[in-house]
Structure formats: structure tokens, C-alpha cells
Design a protein around this ligand. Sequence first.
Ligand code: HEM
Length: 329
Amino acid sequence: MASAARMSAPALMVALAVLAFAAGGSAQLQYGFYKGKCNASDVEAVVQGIVKARFAREAPIVAYLLRLQFHECAVNGCDGGLLIDGPGTEKTAPPNLSVKGYDLIAAIKAELEKRCPGVVSCSDIEILATRDAVALAGGLAYAVRTGRRDRRQSRASDVNLPAPEYTAAQAVGYYARLGMTPYETVVLLGAHTVGATHCSAIKNSRLYGYGGRPGATDPSMDRATASVYKKWVCPNVTSSDGNTVFLDDQWSALKVDNNYYKNLQLRRGVLSVDQNLYSDGSTRWIVDQLANNAGLFQAQFAKVLVKLSEVNVLTGTQGEIRKVCSKFN
Ligand code: HEM
């Protein structure tokens, strides 16, 4: 291959353009992309104000938004595809039926459309709102680049999200396709520091049918924790299926902190995939490191959320800026 030093100027420009294309749309994202583009409004401040008001009355919004960002970005990239209503869209795929927070994204969009119609993409709103909620819940206030555009496509058949029974190796394999290292995978799952699931997610797999054996409890779950779940939270009756199970300790379930990893050390992880990160020797050291260093977790968590937010984004003239997040223009 010709070295850059020996290339003519036009050839070098073509080569650079090809390189920029190969790097994907993320290369075109910018800090403060909306500065000066929304009349007198500061777009990031408007988003932050609305998120703050919602967080004050509904703190679990941080969990809704984190999960929403993941389910958005893992399927064809952070492109707003998850927000589209209608038959056969991403939103209708089974793992997305319990995703929440769409109303907040819609409310932010409506406010921004009043201030500057057709300027701010729904995909950027998702990323900014999640960032703001994370900071309000105790995480770092990290900077994100903006300039994403919304894809004119959303198909349930594209939705390929990980299962709660994944082994650590399966989780690492899944996130490798999103460009994440094993370390980043363990950090990303730290999102389970907030929010909740339901008994139906763990009754069969962990409490009453481990390994397909009727009555068996997952031996990787701390015995005292398992008996509390079995006795009080998720008794073995169908009516307990919808009962809430916090993914982190109840007192920490609204805080972005490293307590999730401390729980894994105590074998109190809720989903199999969580506990598997500690059971597996290849990821256990990462859990230990993050459990023992709160500041490290915060810094790494912000970093992986930024990385996740730049997966396969549309920029420039690609896609569109939707008028309403749940509908293509
Ligand atoms: C192997 C990877 C993962 C699996 C198998 C997984 C699975 C799940 C499941 C089954 C639930 C409970 C849903 C329900 O019962 O309604 C859940 C909740 C949640 N997940 Fe994950 N997840 C994974 C990775 C992630 C990542 C990467 C993030 C964000 C960066 C994330 C954020 C959340 C949050 C915040 C909740 C709580 C939502 C709420 O309270 O409404 N998860 N996850």
C-alpha cells in the first residue's frame, strides 16, 4: 500500500474519505452539535431540565432509560428504531415489551419541536436523557457527542437481545459484536445496579427448576438469599410471577453505584447472567476490581455508556430527524 507521504493530494483526500466512512457515522458526531441550532434554546439544558423534573417524581426513570439505551443501541445501532409504533416494529419484539421510558422521550421531543422544529433527533434525545438520569442517580455527568439521525426502519425480526440465562462466555460473545471487550461487558452489566425484574425471570431458571430439574435451586445463589426469595418474594405459585425483584439491594436499587458487584461477590446476583460473571473465573477478577473500587466503576461505566451510544449511528444526511419519535416522517 502507498504511504500517505507518497500520495498525491487528491488521492490522499479520497483515502481519508474512505477511512472516515470505514470508521462509521460515529466519526461525525460532535460535542455540542446542537449549539446555536435551536434558536435561543440550549438543547442539552432543555433535555436535562425535563429529565430532572421526571427524576424528582419517578426515580426509577434512570433504570428505564438505561435499559432503553441498551435495547436501542444493540439493535442496528442507536438509531431511534426502538421508538417506532406499529405492528412488527422493534418495540413489539418480546424483550422490548417491558421497556419503559418512551413517554419521557416523547415529552422531550415535543418540547424541542416547539423550540426548533426538525432539528434534534430522537436518537440523540435517548442518549442525552440517559446521561442526565445516570448523573442524577449518582453516576458521573459524562459528556456525549451528538449529531445522530433517526433510521427509517424498525423491524421486530432484527431484535436480537441477550437472554437472562446467558453464561459469562455467551455475554462476552454477544457484546463483542457491539465492539465491547470482556472488561467492558462486565462494566455494562453494572447497569443492573438499578431497576428491577419480576419473579417470572428467576423462578424456573434459579429457584425451582435449576438445570431443568423440578424443585432444584441454583447452587450459585447464596442459600439465605434463595430462601428469602422462595419464602417471601417469589413463592412457588403462579400468582407471584409478576412480583418485583430488585436487581440490586433494595436500598441501592435507585443508585448508580458499585454495590451490584459487591452483591455478586456475596452470590446474591438476581439474574443468572449477573451471577455467572462471578462464577466464571475469566470475568471474576473484573467483578472483584469493580466491587473494590467505586471510583473505577463510575469512570468505566460512563466510558462504556458513551461507547454504547456510538454504536452504528447515522449522521450527516443519512436517515431523518423525526417530527414525532414514534413515527417515521
Ligand atoms: C447479557 C446482558 C443482559 C441481559 C440478559 C439482561 C436482561 C435483563 C432482564 C431479563 C431484565 C428484567 C426485565 C423485566 O423483568 O422486565 C433486565 C432489566 C434491566 N436491564 Fe438488563 N440485561 C442485560 C444487559 C443490560 C445492559 C447492558 C443494560 C444497560 C446498559 C441493562 C439495563 C437494565 C436495567 C436498567 C434494567 C431494569 C429495568 C427496569 O427496572 O425497568 N441490561 N435486564
